[in-house]
Write a protein that binds this ligand. Structure first.
Ligand code: NAD
Length: 643
């Protein structure tokens, strides 16, 4: 896939080869096994017969990379499976089983055994039958209904950052309305328009960044992985219950421990209801849910954790409580068991010390809803053993998560960067901007949700308590106005969506601007001597929210908290709804221009005052801004575990 980065790249030579293959006068059989994706499937489509081994997965995932299938896939596939199913496969990029592919006509037969053997057998059968060769490009398309195409077009319109969706619809129309040769030309033009586009480059960057993120510099390849067959979870609240579901889905026995019977019942109910909700959505059968529920057990005593291979604590975000829980876990967990904390912000090294066996301790920071969000920040403590780190990275894949390794610091990678983002959100509101204006500015860039809606959903109480804890630990700047709004909303009981009042008021789950929040902001501004303005521009909002966030990313790199800029991008896209077609904050920063960002930081330092170093650029940002090297040179390659 790196070949797409070549500015001179064109699909023409490969497509020419596929045409010649299809034009052969002797049977060409594709014997398929494993994963048959993208260009591999397009090769199979050019053959005269396709036979797949049971268990093969097939798909055209190009859409996820900002592309369309550019090697005649958009034109050949509908000729085999019909316009509607082809449009579905190209637009979703999903993989299908060999059985479904066979049912739909994408593969001609299924087989077992060695591909060479069943492939040759299929070729011999074709020769023996003596029938004319079936060339895909010569077949007629069973067209998709107009409504189906229109619906796909409307969906594409709603995702302007993904121009490949509209391109796929245009190719689908061409496949059914034009001749094969005309359709081919449409596909070639669409592909050429996308392959060098910023959105495709950004999505491809993320694709590689996710794969790179699991590589830990200095970790020996043959490192011993500890078996994880049974997992314990302490605290069955929002996170504990969600975390448990991940393990149940992976078929791993799980025990959840709570303080009292009611809390335990609530947690187990939450697990059951969440799994059962998937039956209604036809994602899982009732039998499978029953099977998974058999794997979970509740307990009120820590002794139930004694035979677990991994125990994850997910109790309230309170240092003293977590310290006590960790000390207890250090005592009850069996030798060799991994002890993990799901803390969002607290010091993992401090908690590790409390266990008395810090080499076994690691942070596993799941994101809410923990059974859905793909991101897992894996926090390596100063004493975390390489085996523990490697085991957790591997386990992440087992439970379908994207792991990113972070060092220990307040908030790790994601929440540390989110802190400066929320800081500016609140200062802007005190200065006169409205939550709705702030959210709209960020959402117009493609963010899933602006900061005010995000915190209302996560819970103002959750956000405020974190700030309060951080204050107790001496982490806040000596600035009484700092995050004063979230603390005020918290004391007023405006805890967010769940109580229908936070930065917004809520009609059902719909946020509505609330003049009361304006009045609270006005009074806080007066209290802290902050001048209010009538107009705050969209440009100022996006710059003030995102440039300090990027700056914090540079500090994180500089300090070695993240291994690579790409890791930070994965955290923000997979965990915080940063638009994937912008590649994540660090990738986007290069597109915006590091020099420009540094200039604007200086501008805000001059106009707002640089209280507490809010606008001081990271050394690495300043360096990169003044060189032409960009971030790629800044990507660090630490030797964390050598030998
Ligand atoms: P929660 O309040 O929903 O659940 C905490 C649970 O822990 C409660 O059910 C409580 O009864 C239980 N508990 C408390 N003390 C206990 C003890 N000594 N033994 C056993 N159980 C105990 O909280 P939550 O939102 O699930 O957060 C839990 C952790 O996850 C916190 O560290 C939080 O920072 C972190 N986290 C939360 C989110 C989020 O969005 N909610 C996201 C990521 C991480």
């Amino acid at each position: 896939m790196r070949m797409f980065d070549d500015p001179g790249f064109t699909a023409a030579p490969y497509n020419h080869f596929l045409e010649r293959l299809e034009a052969q006068d002797r049977p060409v059989v594709a014997a398929l096994h494993g994963m048959v994706l993208g260009g591999g499937l397009e090769l199979a489509l050019a053959c005269h017969f396709r036979v797949a081994r049971h268990g093969t997965s097939l798909g055209l995932p190009e859409v996820k990379l900002g592309l369309i299938p550019g090697s005649l896939g958009t034109q050949r596939l509908p000729r085999l499976v019909g316009g509607e199913f082809a449009l579905d496969l190209c637009s979703s990029g999903r993989m299908i089983t060999a059985a479904l592919a066979n049912e739909k006509g994408l593969v001609d037969s299924l087989a077992d055994g060695a591909p060479r053997t069943f492939g040759l057998a299929a070729a011999q059968a074709l020769l023996a039958a003596g029938k004319p060769l079936r060339r895909t490009s010569a077949l007629d398309v069973v067209p998709a209904a107009v409504e189906v195409i229109n619906k796909a077009e409307a969906a594409a319109f709603k995702k302007p950052g993904w121009p490949q969706l509209a391109a796929i619809v245009r190719c689908a129309r061409a496949a059914q309305d034009l001749t094969y040769d005309e359709g081919k030309a449409v596909e070639a033009a669409e592909f050429a328009g996308l392959v060098h586009s910023p959105s495709s480059k950004a999505l491809r960057h993320l694709f590689f960044a996710e794969r790179e993120a699991v590589k830990i510099p200095g970790l020996p390849r043959d490192i011993e992985i500890r078996p994880v067959k049974k997992v314990g979870i302490v605290g069955a609240g929002t996170m504990g219950a969600g975390i448990a579901i991940n393990f149940l889905n992976a078929g791993i026995g799980t025990v959840v421990v709570e303080t009292d019977g009611d809390a335990l019942q609530r947690g187990l109910e939450m697990i059951r209801k969440t799994l059962e909700a998937n039956i209604a959505k036809s994602r899982i059968s009732p039998e499978k849910v029953a099977e998974r529920l058999q794997l979970v057990r509740g307990a009120l005593n820590y002794s139930a954790l004694a035979d677990c291979d991994l125990v994850i604590e997910a109790v309230f975000e309170n240092l003293a409580l977590k310290q006590q829980v960790c000390s207890e876990l250090g005592r009850v967990a069996k030798p060799g068991a991994i002890i993990a904390t799901n803390t969002s912000t607290l010091d993992v090294d401090f908690l590790a010390a409390a266990t008395g066996r810090p080499a076994d301790v690691i942070g596993m920071h799941f994101f809410s809803p923990a059974n859905i969000m793909r991101l897992l920040e894996v926090v390596r403590g100063a004493a975390t053993s390489p085996e523990v780190l490697a085991t957790v990275i591997k386990l992440a894949a087992t439970i379908g998560k994207v792991p990113v390794v972070s060092g220990v610091c307040y908030g790790f990678i994601g929440n540390r960067m989110a802190e400066v983002y929320m800081r500016e959100t609140e200062f802007l509101i005190l200065e006169g901007a409205e939550p709705v204006q702030i959210d709209a500015a960020v959402e117009s860039l493609g963010f899933a949700m602006g900061p005010c809606r995000m915190l209302d959903m996560a819970g103002i109480d959750v956000g405020a308590k974190t700030v309060i804890e951080y204050d107790k630990a001496g982490g806040l700047p000596p600035d009484a106005s700092y995050r004063s709004l979230v603390r005020k909303l918290f004391t007023l009981g405006r805890h967010g969506v769940k109580v229908r009042a936070g930065y917004y008021k809520y009609e059902g789950r719909t946020p509505v601007a609330d003049p009361e929040v304006g009045a609270i902001a006005e009074s806080l501004a007066a209290q802290h001597g902050i001048t209010r303005r009538k107009e705050v521009s969209r440009e100022e909002i996006t710059e003030r929210l995102l440039f300090p966030l990027i700056n914090e990313g540079f500090k994180i790199l500089e300090e070695g908290i993240a291994f690579r800029a790409g890791d930070i991008d994965v955290v923000w896209v997979a965990g915080f709804g940063f638009p994937d077609f912008k590649g994540g904050p660090m990738w986007w920063a290069e597109a915006v221009g590091l020099e420009f960002i540094a200039e604007r930081m200086a501008h805000y330092a001059a106009t707002l005052g640089n209280a507490h170093g809010y606008w001081t650029p990271a050394k690495l940002l300043s360096q990169r801004a003044s060189s032409t090297a960009g971030l790629s040179v800044g990507r660090r390659d630490h030797q964390v575990f050598v030998g």
